[in-house]
Each structure stands twice: as structure tokens, then as C-alpha cells.
Design a protein around this ligand. Structure first.
Ligand SMILES: C[S@@+](CC[C@H](N)C(=O)[O-])C[C@H]1O[C@@H](n2cnc3c(N)ncnc32)[C@H](O)[C@@H]1O
Length: 281
């Protein structure tokens, strides 16, 4: 489908849209509530104590806030490719356990398996510092990605990277505009965009981004297709859950787990005729 924004053009469009982004999304009933629900669906134990969680494509921080509410004690690293969106996020008040990182998802995922340097913007100072923010071999306990995958040029490559970044047993929640596949939901999405979203975007000078929003959703995987994409990427326990309100059938939460490696039976137990030493203890 034509006129989708990709890569630098898309990030430039988000940079331009950043000042009005929070206002426009606040006009969408249920937007914040649905994000919070998806973050809670990660079911991070003990408020996230001892866990490191990645918010991939954090934008102006709405998904980061949802994660923080779901897991207030987790260490949260929030990443975005748009300096404009990220500056809006970092300007908000955050506790010390939240850190922002200006990187594309693709670079973050590649860096985690190579040099590991990046530019961080700490919530405390708002300052950029070049540091080993992404140590080689870094593994996260959970990844949250809200409205990211539809915007990536190669979602399979990003999913493969996320799979690598998660520790075995780590959890993924994707919150995304991904249509159910029914004609009614497709028609509703088109109608809402043409009558509300695109005119509102035109008022703020962001017509191109909000046209991209409508078309990218029509062009992206339906919910069953995205669930199948997750399974192909090696994720287990893939589940697709609806959100409430008018976005039912239009936005979904996708939950998945990076499987743990299968445990081989103890060599001694596998050999017939030899009792395990502990069997007599
Ligand atoms: C629709 S906004 C959503 C932001 C946030 N997750 C939220 O729920 O409010 C999508 C964000 O993804 C970012 N983004 C798009 N492609 C990206 C990529 N390849 N790597 C990192 N961020 C990306 C954009 O800059 C934008 O801030």
C-alpha cells in the first residue's frame, strides 16, 4: 500500500508531531486505560522488584507510565528513535528507576549483541550521556512494545531481536492496532480515521502521520496473523486479548514468552541399570 512512512521519514514525522501527541491521544477515549491494561497483562510479580523491563518505542512516555504503574519497583529502560518524542517523555517527572534511551529498536537490538554503547537520557537530569547503556549480552525480564511493530520496516527482524534480548522465560506484551479481520472493524477504523483522526491531525500540521496511521493499520497483520508471526519467531504461550470500548476488534494485546530451553534428563538416570547416587540418600 502506498504512502506509508518508513524509517527516517517516519521518525521525522513523529518528531514534528511530538508537541501535540499527548493532546491528540487524550481525545481518544480509552487510549490510556487500554495501555495500562496491556502493561498489567504482563503480570510482573512483586511490583517488578528485581526485574529489568524494556519499553520499546516509548514515544512521549504513555506506555512507560503504564509499565511503571504495573511494575513500580522494576528497573525500566524506555527507548525511542524520535528525539522529539523522547524529549517530551524525559521532561515528565519520573522516579530514578526509569531511564530513557535514544535509539532505534533495530540499533538497540543489534548493539546488545555487539559493542553495547548508547546515549541515555536520565529522568533525573534530563541530560544525555554516552554510556554502556546496553551491555553486550543484556537480557530483559520483560519487553513492552506499544504501537511499535506496525511502524517497523521489518517486524520479523525486530521480533527476532526481542526474542534474543529476553531472558529465557521472559515475557513480551505487544499492544497494537491490529484488526480482528472482520469487515465491520475495518469499516469502523476507516470511518473513525476519516472523520476524526485525520482531520485532527491536519489541524496540528501532522496530516501525513495520521494518514500513515490509518493506512498502516489497514496494511498490517490482522490479530491472528500477528499471533502467528510471534509463534514463527519462536515465542511460546502466544495469546491474543481484546481491549475494551470502541477499540474492541481494532486494538489487541499480544502476550508471549521466550521459552526456556528443554531440560535434558540426568545422564545417569538415562542409563539403565545404574541407580542415581542420591536415590539412596
Ligand atoms: C505511536 S507512538 C507510541 C508511543 C508509546 N509506545 C505510546 O504508547 O504512547 C510510536 C513510537 O514508536 C517510535 N518508533 C517507530 N519506529 C521505531 C523504531 N524502529 N525504533 C524505535 N522507535 C520507533 C516512534 O518514534 C514513536 O514514538
Amino acid at each position: 500500500m502506498t504512502s506509508l512512512l518508513r524509517d527516517r521519514d517516519l521518525i521525522r514525522a513523529f518528531d514534528h508531531a511530538a508537541p501535540a501527541y499527548d493532546l491528540l491521544t487524550a481525545l481518544n477515549p480509552g487510549h490510556r486505560g487500554a495501555l495500562r491494561r496491556s502493561a498489567r497483562r504482563l503480570r510482573l510479580p512483586a511490583g517488578g522488584t528485581g526485574l529489568h523491563v524494556l519499553d520499546l518505542g516509548c514515544g512521549t512516555g504513555a506506555s512507560t507510565r503504564a509499565l511503571l504503574e504495573a511494575a513500580p519497583h522494576a528497573r525500566i529502560t524506555a527507548v525511542d528513535a524520535s528525539a522529539g518524542m523522547l524529549a517530551r517523555a524525559a521532561a515528565k517527572p519520573w522516579p530514578q528507576n526509569v531511564t530513557f534511551l535514544h535509539r532505534t529498536a533495530e540499533h538497540l537490538l543489534a548493539a546488545a549483541s555487539s559493542t553495547g554503547t548508547g546515549t541515555t537520557t536520565t529522568a533525573a537530569t534530563g541530560a544525555d550521556t554516552t554510556t554502556a547503556a546496553v551491555p553486550p549480552g543484556q537480557r530483559y525480564d520483560a519487553v513492552f512494545a506499544a504501537y511499535l511493530f506496525r511502524n517497523t520496516t521489518d517486524p520479523d527482524a525486530v521480533l527476532a531481536g526481542v526474542h534474543t534480548l529476553l531472558r529465557p522465560g521472559g515475557r513480551l506484551a505487544v499492544h497494537e492496532y491490529s484488526l480482528s479481520g472482520s469487515t465491520a472493524h475495518r469499516m469502523l477504523w476507516n470511518a473513525v480515521c476519516r472523520t476524526v483522526v485525520e482531520p485532527a491531525g491536519a489541524l496540528t500540521g501532522d496530516r501525513g502521520l495520521y494518514r500513515h496511521l490509518r493506512r498502516s493499520v489497514l496494511d498490517f497483520d490482522t490479530a491472528p496473523h500477528f499471533a502467528a508471526r510471534l509463534a514463527r519467531a519462536g515465542f511460546a504461550a502466544v495469546r491474543t486479548l481484546p481491549v475494551a470500548g470502541w477499540q474492541t476488534g481494532i486494538v489487541h494485546t499480544f502476550l508471549a514468552v521466550r521459552p526456556r530451553p528443554a531440560v535434558a534428563p540426568p545422564a545417569a538416570a538415562a542409563r539403565p541399570g545404574r541407580a542415581h547416587p542420591e536415590a539412596h540418600a
